[in-house]
Design a protein around this ligand. Structure first.
Ligand code: FES
Length: 158
């Protein structure tokens, strides 16, 4: 008889978080670069740097919490909160030929204008809506025949 031993996702995150801190405790050189690398890895686990993890991170990395908070503000790639919406811009074969990369640039700019942690913008392979390319998705909504100049107003709905 088999047993279901699937790990709770939160336990898995905590395990990974502890592994990251353990690694940097043992191998860190105390530099800012090392601290930022550790924060990036923590962000990879949670999608952002959870505020409740800052204290332990600071204690184990030997720095003050305030320094970590400053770094999160200083580095645009570090986020203190999860993204609210996910934007996927198709750059698959059809959309790519019809302006997908320009739409992606427009989406990144529009997202930056709204503040770094509101939209997560990524490129995507074929979204399986080729006849209406170029396409973009915001969460589960699909937008067809998108033009770069319309991206900001589409994102403005969210
Ligand atoms: S290539 Fe974009 S939907 Fe297929």
């Amino acid at each position: 008889m088999s047993e279901d031993r699937r790990e709770n996702p939160q336990d898995k995150q905590e395990t990974e978080f502890q592994e990251i801190l353990g690694y940097y405790e043992a191998n860190g050189d105390g530099s800012q670069d090392t601290l930022v690398s550790a924060l990036r890895e923590i962000q990879d686990v949670y999608g952002f740097i959870p505020p409740e993890k800052i204290q332990e991170t600071g204690r184990r990395m030997g720095v003050k919490e305030g320094l970590i908070e400053k770094l999160i503000k200083l580095y645009p790639s570090l986020k203190a909160a999860p993204y609210k919406h996910r934007v996927r811009v198709c750059i698959g074969p059809n959309c790519g030929k019809k302006g997908g990369p320009s739409i992606l640039e427009a989406a990144k700019k529009a997202a930056a204008d709204r503040g770094g942690s509101y939209f997560e913008v990524t490129s995507s392979g074929c979204l399986k809506h080729c006849p209406t390319s170029p396409n973009m998705m915001v969460d589960n909504d699909v937008y067809n025949h998108v033009k770069p100049e319309n991206v900001a107003s589409i994102l403005g709905k969210y």
